[in-house]
Design a protein around this ligand. Structure first.
Ligand SMILES: *[C@@H]1O[C@H](CO)[C@@H](O)[C@H](O)[C@H]1NC(C)=O
Ligand SMILES: *[C@@H]1O[C@H](CO)[C@@H](O)[C@H](O)[C@H]1NC(C)=O
Ligand SMILES: *[C@@H]1O[C@H](CO)[C@@H](O)[C@H](O)[C@H]1NC(C)=O
Ligand SMILES: *[C@@H]1O[C@H](CO)[C@@H](O)[C@H](O)[C@H]1NC(C)=O
Ligand SMILES: *[C@@H]1O[C@H](CO)[C@@H](O)[C@H](O)[C@H]1NC(C)=O
Ligand SMILES: *[C@@H]1O[C@H](CO)[C@@H](O)[C@H](O)[C@H]1NC(C)=O
Ligand SMILES: [Zn+2]
Length: 935
């Protein structure tokens, strides 16, 4: 583990009750390591007394000799352009900081701000209390490290406190970073919103600050704005004289969690949770249409859940959540002022689908989890982002489950996190959860940490820990405590009581067990030989020829024998032996990782595989983890550990399957076959097979929904219905396309009345456009532009990429570079949608190659979705020719760079190489199998 939490300066004073946990042990240990390391870091400016040499700090982390205490920040965003047509903001900031180590340099972050000069210097310095400030000798900006450096005539005194004052002007650009502007049209009038996104390194674009997560401080914010607009920030507003909104001081917090919004949004609120003010903010039209009501309904219960879970009251006096028309990520956990994309917060009871609703619940649950874990207790540096994001990604299921108990949310982590990250973490180019601090420096490297490994592997590894030490012990360890009437955030770090919980057996310390999962990349495949009882583990790699270190994990294995749950087995070495195996009776079977809480894949000897397959065909419900059996088999086959035909055989029983999760798991795996073969003769046979398998499910839903007029009862049944229709139509099940076309036709004939059920819209739109022409497309475009509900717009945007008409696709690609047509936040995902389409893929690839430097410049610096662009476009790549193109693309653009897509590019090259091999080796047998099985 690397270092995790920032230990408050006030640890000695502040912490009464301390949380106790397994995790805490890891944390405590890593902090010791941390301090160790800090000592060895060179101090910027050392040996550079001569100002002419302009000491440039060599590291991108601040030296730590100065510690911020509080800031007074005044900001004045202008919502109308100035005479040059620019939107700007002005402001001033005074930061109070303490000197903890003698230095004559003040190094503070500042980026893209025009600083006012005072006597030729970019700042003013004064002493506080007894302290007298040295005069400023020189000051300059370092563009590369985004520093403002102030060199003094004398050293600052250790223990003394100073104030650095700056005044500045910045652009309120539409680039979704820092203090930026979002625009929308209401009743024909263009509205401008000033809003912010500080994570990870954009607070420095708003005012000069010590912009690192560990540099916590108090913030006193004042926002100047026009009458008729409302200003929001982290604290509760305490005064709104005509045009100036003053906010209560914030808690002690990190800069990346700050937020400022000036808008004409309106809100709905509830005060049910004691005195906590809960508000949902959005465009007036959205609030009038009651799109914020669902979010307001679930926020209270989710906060209550976390208060109990963390055993700590919600740390602030208010909780604002705001839906923004332009927002890059899904949402951002700014403390007390959480920002969302509209699709992640707004829900329309009539027009939105069940999937939209689930997304709202999950995202709210995720962000609110951060209000304690992440915001109150904060990581020291970005290399350990996984703990922050992995944790929130795990507990979001618990919070959502509390808010919507009938949805079985906890089961879905297998699909949405486990299987997703298995795919990435099986590559030789993967990386461990925890990275070394000095490997994560530049803003682009920090952005790159916001990836599937941090979120999803973090989530499933923490879930595994929680399973083997048990949920109550895990939760106890997380209790976050602090001194009540203090503005100082405290956090827990202390001893581990885990060893005092003897009723739970674990074979080694939690620290040692977890190190295997956090410091080593990848995960094992566990092979159980039921003939001998031998059990082995091996690093699972998609490409069996890749060369990486050989790892061993401590693997907790839950398993059952012929339907009977057995005692958990810990595999600690490369090889072990399970005493309860070998099997004596002929039809007995073994099934491992039964509740899919272990982060590993499972393989068996061929006889046991055959027994499991026959069980699937006769009595599939006995096998509780069917989704995982399928996913394991397909991936083991891709890694050449088992036969491809064995994997395909796990899908034979699907004609009887009615559950969503196994179907979804199978479809995702078959999707790989579709991608590899939809340009070859294999596709015909595959289509015939899948048509045969999906037909019964299609009929099933037709029956239980009374000819598609009703909505299935169960939450996941609703998803499965969507799959049934979508696959049935694309595989050519009789009657499906006609059905869909007729619904879409009815809508085209009467645009104000959409007869399509909300859940089915995505699928219906996509199919209707795929099997239609320019008329269907243009209708969708009109409806897209007219949509007032963001999730409706989003569905249409995705569906328009389904057309098979090349010129429509090319025109659509051009639209992605025009923000008046496709919002910037949606540009890269729209290109990906187009690339998913077999006709669109080569068009999207040409488009991205031709304009890489422009696209990179626009979206490459920090965007979360940017790294998905390359992986999205290259998913189908499986020929030598495509591999060469990809390599050439890499060469040709070295000078431009790949920013946060750097790793994704490497992974794409690796995946393409693997695809080529796989197709060569499997094409003939796959064609043969599908042909035989489809008749
Ligand atoms: C900061 O700017 C505001 C508005 O321009 C002004 O009222 C205030 O006096 C300034 N603060 C300082 C310390 O200069
Ligand atoms: C900042 O100053 C530079 C140089 O004077 C100028 O080109 C730029 O437009 C200024 N920025 C803003 C937002 O006014
Ligand atoms: C929110 O809760 C109220 C009261 O329980 C309920 O009437 C309303 O339908 C809920 N709204 C949504 C969108 O779920
Ligand atoms: C894979 O399946 C084929 C045909 O079913 C069979 O001939 C071959 O021996 C199998 N290979 C392995 C490694 O089991
Ligand atoms: C569904 O449609 C079929 C044929 O159009 C009809 O025979 C059947 O009665 C309908 N079922 C229901 C429940 O409406
Ligand atoms: C566009 O939206 C407005 C308001 O929602 C509605 O009145 C109008 O009929 C819509 N236009 C079309 C073509 O659907
Ligand atoms: Zn998060």
């Amino acid at each position: 583990m690397g270092k995790v939490y920032y230990v408050s300066q006030n640890v000695g004073l502040g912490l009464l009750v301390l949380a106790v946990s397994a995790l805490a042990t890891i944390i405590a240990l890593s902090i010791a390591y941390d301090k160790e390391k800090a000592k060895n870091q060179g101090k910027p400016g050392d040996g550079a007394a001569d100002s002419t040499s302009m000491p440039t700090p060599s590291t991108t982390q601040l030296p730590g000799s100065l510690v911020p205490v509080s800031y007074d920040v005044t900001l004045w965003p202008r919502l109308e352009p100035n005479k040059d047509g620019l939107y700007i903001f002005t402001g001033n900031s005074s930061v109070v900081f303490r000197c903890v180590e003698e230095t004559d340099l003040i190094i503070i972050h500042s980026n893209k701000l025009n600083l006012t000069t005072f006597n030729g210097h970019h700042a003013k310095l004064s002493g506080l209390g007894e302290a007298t400030a040295p005069t400023i000798k020189k000051s300059w900006l370092v563009v590369k490290t985004e520093y403002l450096v102030v060199q003094l005539s004398n050293r600052l005194a250790v223990g003394a406190t100073y104030v650095l004052h700056t005044e500045f002007l910045g652009e309120l650009a539409d680039n979704l970073e820092g203090f930026y502007r979002s625009e929308y049209v209401e009743d024909g009038v263009k509205k401008v919103v000033a809003t912010s996104q500080m994570q990870a390194t954009y607070a420095r674009k708003t005012f000069p600050c010590f912009d690192e997560p560990a540099m916590k401080a108090l913030f006193n914010i004042i926002i100047i704005h026009n009458q008729g607009t409302v200003a929001l920030s982290n604290g509760r507003e305490i005064g709104v004289p005509v045009k100036v909104t003053t906010f209560e001081p914030t808690e002690r917090m990190s800069t990346y969690l700050l937020a400022f919004i000036v808008s004409d949004f309106v809100s709905i609120q509830s005060n049910q949770n004691n005195n906590l003010l809960i508000r949902i903010w959005a465009r007036k039209k959205a609030i009038d249409d009651r799109q914020g009501e669902y979010a307001l309904n679930v926020t209270g219960p989710i906060l209550q859940f976390y208060e109990r879970y963390y055993n700590a009251a919600y740390p602030l006096s208010k909780s604002d959540q705001v839906a923004l028309p332009d927002f890059n990520a899904g949402a951002m956990e700014n403390w007390g002022l959480v920002t969302y994309r509209e699709t992640a917060l707004l829900y329309d009871p009539v027009l939105s689908s069940t999937g939209n609703k689930e997304r709202v619940t999950s995202v709210i649950s995720h962000e609110l989890a951060h209000m304690w874990f992440g915001n109150l207790v904060t990581l020291k540096w970005w290399n350990d982002l996984w703990l922050n994001e992995g944790f929130a990604s795990y507990v979001e299921y618990l919070g959502a489950d509390y808010a919507e108990p009938t949805w079985n949310m906890k089961d879905q982590i297998v699909l949405y996190d486990m299987q997703k990250v298995f795919a990435v973490d099986a590559l030789a180019s993967s990386h461990p959860l925890s990275r070394k601090e000095d490997e994560v420096n530049e803003p682009a490297q920090i952005s790159e940490m916001f990836n599937t490994i941090s979120y999803s592997k973090g989530a499933v590894v923490l879930r595994m820990l929680s399973e083997f030490i048990t949920e109550p012990v895990f939760a106890r360890g997380l209790s976050v405590s602090r001194r009540p009437h203090h503005l100082i955030t405290a956090l827990c770090v202390c001893v581990c009581v885990f060893e005092n919980t003897p009723e739970i057996f674990i074979p080694d310390s939690v620290h040692n067990i977890m190190n295997r999962w956090t410091l080593q990349m990848g995960f094992p495949v566990v092979t159980i030989d039921t003939r001998t009882g031998r059990i082995t583990q091996k690093h699972f790699l998609l490409d069996p020829d890749s060369v990486v270190d050989s790892y061993t994990w401590f693997v907790p294995i839950k398993w059952m024998k012929s339907g009977m749950e057995q005692q958990q087995y810990w595999l600690l070495q490369k090889t072990g032996r399970v005493r309860a195996v070998p099997l004596v009776s002929g039809d007995g079977w073994v099934l491992a990782n039964t509740n899919v809480s272990g982060y590993f894949r499972v393989n068996y000897d061929p006889d046991n595989w055959n027994r499991l397959l026959s069980l699937l065909s006769t009595n599939h419900q006995v096998i509780v983890n069917r989704a995982q059996i399928i996913d394991d088999a397909f991936n083991l086959a891709r890694a050449k550990i088992i036969n491809t035909t064995l994997a395909l055989r796990t899908t034979k029983y699907l004609s009887k399957e009615r559950d969503y999760i196994p179907w979804e798991s199978a479809l995702r795996n078959l999707d790989y076959y579709i991608l590899m073969f939809d340009r070859t003769e294999v596709y015909g046979a595959l289509q015939a097979y899948l048509k045969k398998q999906i037909q019964p499910l299609f009929e099933h839903f037709k029956t239980i929904t009374a000819n598609w007029t009703k909505i299935p009862q169960g939450h996941t049944d609703q998803y499965n219905q969507i799959n049934a229709i979508g696959i049935a139509c694309s595989m050519g099940v009789k009657g499906c396309r006609e059905l869909i076309k007729s619904w879409y036709r009815q809508w085209m004939e009467n645009p104000v009345h959409n007869p399509i059920l909300a859940n089915l819209k995505s699928t219906v739109y996509c199919s209707a456009i795929a099997f239609g022409g320019v008329e269907e497309w243009d209708f969708a475009w009109t409806m897209f532009q007219n949509a007032t509900l963001a999730s409706e717009a989003s569905r249409l945007r995705s569906a328009m990429a389904c057309t098979k008409v090349p010129w429509l696709l090319n025109r659509y690609l051009e639209y992605t570079l025009d923000p008046t047509k496709i919002r910037k936040q949606d540009a890269t995902s729209t290109v990906q949608y187009i690339a998913r389409n077999v006709v669109g893929m080569p068009l999207a690839w040409n488009f991205v190659r031709a304009r890489w430097s422009y696209i990179f410049q626009q979206y490459g610096k920090g965007s979360f979705s940017f790294s998905n662009l390359i992986s999205g476009i290259t998913r189908r790549f499986s020929t030598e020719f495509e591999l060469q193109e990809l390599k050439k693309f890499k060469e040709d653009n070295v000078h431009v760079g790949f920013g946060s897509a750097t790793l994704a590019l490497e992974q794409s090259i690796e995946k393409t190489t693997a695809n080529i091999k796989w197709v060569t080796e499997n094409k003939a047998s796959v064609l043969k199998w599908f042909t035989e099985e489809s008749t």
